[in-house]
Design a protein around this ligand. Sequence first.
Ligand SMILES: [Zn+2]
Ligand SMILES: [Zn+2]
Length: 228
Amino acid sequence: MLRQDEQRMKIIEHVYQVGGSGISAPGDAAIYLITSGDIAALIDAGTGEGHENVVKAIDACRAPGTPVSFLFLTHCHYDHCGGAARLKKHYECDIIAHEMDARFLETGDGRVTAALWYNADLPPLTVDYKISTPQEYFLIGNLELQAIHCPGHSPGSLVYLLETPGHRVLFGQDIHGPLHPDLLSNRDDYIVSLSMLLKLNADILCEGHFGIIRGKDEVHKFIQSYIP
Ligand SMILES: [Zn+2]
Ligand SMILES: [Zn+2]
């Protein structure tokens, strides 16, 4: 790919969108790439139906030879995780998820992962590292990535907050919901979680289905709009 492809996918220094509907496959939720120092990490994996496109995009954005070491999953739904197994195989990356969602990935639960909604099959997926605390910190090269438990849409939903020089980037997929019994959603948890997200004061929100929302006020407005 050409340098212009990299520029097109760049959100800010260190952060790219490498997949999503309109980029990799129609059913894909957004896939983001973080690069720093000599490593790269992914946030979510899409359905897997656009695997080749995702790989092409990742390889256009990372420096040659930079390993993709981690795949951080925001939650267990098919549109975010269906592609995880193939990406893990391709890049030999470790998969990270919250333990309360990991159990449905590891059993390949078609209902709770929403795979049945997509008429798809989500074969059991091994999660290499399970988050079990309210928050946890990871280092991606020189950048700190904070995983924060954000239950509601699913029991083990996570958001990830990335501090870059000049930006607080929130990877918050499916902030908009939906809430549904099949997904084991919990409305009370969801409202508490959204209020917590407002306090993070992010100035960029990388959402799963609504693109990139820029500016503290706009991010605040977007999250607030889902709080009844
Ligand atoms: Zn979801
Ligand atoms: Zn989604």
